[in-house]
Design a protein around this ligand. Structure first.
Ligand SMILES: Cc1cc2nc3c(=O)[nH]c(=O)nc-3n(C[C@H](O)[C@H](O)[C@H](O)COP(=O)(O)OP(=O)(O)OC[C@H]3O[C@@H](n4cnc5c(N)ncnc54)[C@H](O)[C@@H]3O)c2cc1C
Length: 380
């Protein structure tokens, strides 16, 4: 579809990404996913294109401006490499950059932000706990004040990039029960009492690492509290919005993989003496996939415009995330069906997308939680 908000700068940014991803990522994505990791220098090479600099001051290595369309273009184009683990491996850091930029002390920002934004160092956001990820307000990890320090105890799990990151944004309970008692902390790997173990044997995202983090009397200076005491819940919720926009854009890229692979296959595959693409049943599947892709693209463009020009459309982002994960589920299933047995084989892009649908429907706010939040945001 035509994007009425396209500009020369946005188109150029997308082309640069497309060229880089086609040359440097797509040919290797399958092998990296099978091997369970991406080369670390890829972070810095794609970081040099400015992909993590949106909304970050130039002083800290950022671009000095923000643009939701460019953020979305990055997520969509990277997802088109066909291995969600590549995106996850590199973008664990992206959900921690905004809180560090907005809320960390100048000293911390001066020390770490340029390294994170450039891709030289990794960072992660650790919200989810073994006792649950949806009910953020009920988190158990605690931070007790002790003179000029805080002492943290608890566990975080499913933390993307957690095994490799140097820096972590960790919410913990400083006050009473519920959403009013949570504060954010900046924690460095290597701090005594901080340990981690890898989550293994995942359904997808093989080349990204997810970790369980253990905080046993982790002592950090009081200056490591990010933002105001007991105001961390709001910061976490605000941070989710752009994470969800990125997930929507990533799912759009995955849907495009599904349709492109389907069309390529259906044109070359003959059954009963005719190309599959000539069969009405197959044509309808592709038309339905295409309509869903158009709908997501139009929805995403309107959201990006509103983020840039008006205010964060929280309800629409939640609704669009559910709408898109359902649309992706449809496209992955139909693409697999069109490909028949070939789609079931490892090494096929559709096979991987099919396995990676669920993490998109659960991570960053599950479909159920997104619907609930959308309803509350709409005033019901
Ligand atoms: C690969 C991967 C990477 C991840 N990366 C990160 C990361 O970097 N940082 C991080 O903090 N987290 C991360 N997560 C965690 C993710 O955000 C959580 O899995 C998600 O928020 C859901 O939490 P949960 O798994 O604890 O499910 P639960 O909260 O236990 O919920 C289980 C199910 O019940 C549903 N449910 C819950 N409450 C209700 C309700 N009131 N009504 C109806 N249904 C309900 C949920 O929708 C879900 O389907 C990652 C997860 C995965 C799988």
């Amino acid at each position: 579809m035509i994007n009425p908000f396209e500009t020369e700068e946005r188109a150029a940014f997308r082309r640069t990404l497309q060229d880089f991803i086609a040359a440097e990522i797509k040919p290797h994505a399958d092998a990296w996913d099978e091997a369970g990791e991406i080369p670390w220098d890829l972070h810095a090479r794609i970081g040099a294109l400015g992909v993590w600099g949106f909304g970050v001051d130039e002083h800290y290595g950022g671009l000095g401006f923000d643009d939701c369309f460019m953020r979305a273009a990055y997520s969509e184009e990277l997802a088109k490499c066909g291995a969600g683990g590549v995106s996850a491996a590199m973008n664990g850091r992206s959900i921690s950059i905004d809180p560090i930029q907005r809320l960390a002390s100048d000293d911390i920002k001066n020390r770490v932000l340029a390294d994170i934004v450039s891709g030289r160092k990794g960072s992660s956001l650790g919200v989810t706990e073994p006792s649950g990820g949806s009910d953020v307000a009920n988190m158990k990890t605690s931070a007790r004040r002790d003179g000029n320090h805080f002492v943290l105890n608890g566990q975080k799990t499913f933390i993307t990039g957690g095994m490799k990151s140097d820096y972590f944004v960790i919410p913990a309970r400083t006050g009473g029960a519920g959403l009013g008692g949570i504060s954010l902390f900046f924690i460095e790997a290597g701090t005594p009492g901080f340990t981690r173990t890898a989550l293994s044997r995942k359904m997808g995202w093989w080349c990204s690492d997810q970790a369980t983090l253990y905080l046993d009397d982790v002592r950090v200076p009081a200056e490591n509290m990010m933002g105001e005491e007991d105001k961390g819940f709001i910061a976490i919720m605000q941070n989710f919005n752009l994470e969800r926009v990125a997930l929507i854009a990533g799912m759009l890229g995955m849907m495009k993989v599904c349709i492109e692979e389907s069309i390529t296959w259906a044109r070359s595959r003959e059954t009963f003496g005719k190309p599959l693409i000539s069969r009405q049943v197959i044509r309808h599947k592709i038309a339905d996939m295409s309509a869903k892709i158009d709908a997501v693209e139009a929805y995403l463009n309107m959201i990006c415009w509103q983020v840039n020009e008006v205010e964060m459309p929280v309800a629409e982002i939640c609704k669009a995330k559910v709408f898109t994960s359902k649309a992706l589920e449809f496209c992955a299933s139909e693409a697999m069906q069109i490909m028949g047995g070939a789609g079931y084989l490892r090494g096929n892009l559709v096979e991987r997308v099919y396995r990676e649908v669920k993490v998109m429907a659960i991570g960053g706010g599950s479909e159920e939680i997104m619907r609930d939040l959308a309803m509350r945001q709409m005033g019901y």
